[in-house]
Design a protein. Structure first.
Length: 149
């Protein structure tokens, strides 16, 4: 586990805002990063492409990471961020958002992804088969919102 002296004040990736999972966590990460308070282990994936939750959100919504970051930093509230997202994102119905969230929850990594998880979460992988975990459970366990095992 990448245990922190105290867990970062990040919301769970499964927490939704306007039906979008991951968005509240992105808001937290971007605001913490702007204040210099985001733990270093989160920097590498922040709004980056690939197999990250941030990338999955950007792909699903069609949003540009730089523009989203600026919108979050200039917004006074989560609701203002959501309004910006809804104005600029590819439109999705509530059912489409739920199906997308369900696909992410059902995702399990291939061999390369499992290897990456083991490298990123060595303590957790020593206790559990993290390749079999939902990414949300893995993150919530790592950040102390969910008991391990």
């Amino acid at each position: 586990m990448r245990k922190h002296p105290s867990p970062p004040p990040l919301r769970s990736p499964r927490e939704p805002l306007g039906g979008y999972i991951i968005l509240p966590r992105l808001i937290d990460k971007i605001r913490l990063h702007a204040r210099g308070e985001l733990p270093p282990e989160y920097h590498g994936n922040l709004l980056k492409p690939g197999r990250t939750l941030d990338a999955w959100f950007l792909t699903f919504t069609g949003l540009d990471g730089e523009q989203l970051q600026q919108a979050i930093l200039s917004a006074g509230s989560n609701e203002e961020v959501l309004a910006w997202v809804e104005q600029h994102a590819v439109p999705h119905t509530a059912d489409e958002k739920k199906e997308w969230a369900d696909r992410i929850a059902a995702y399990r990594p291939d061999a390369e992804g499992a290897k990456s998880r083991k490298q990123n979460y060595p303590e957790l992988s020593a206790r559990l088969d993290i390749a079999s975990l939902c990414v949300f459970d893995m993150i919530d366990m790592d950040e102390g919102r969910m008991p391990v095992g």
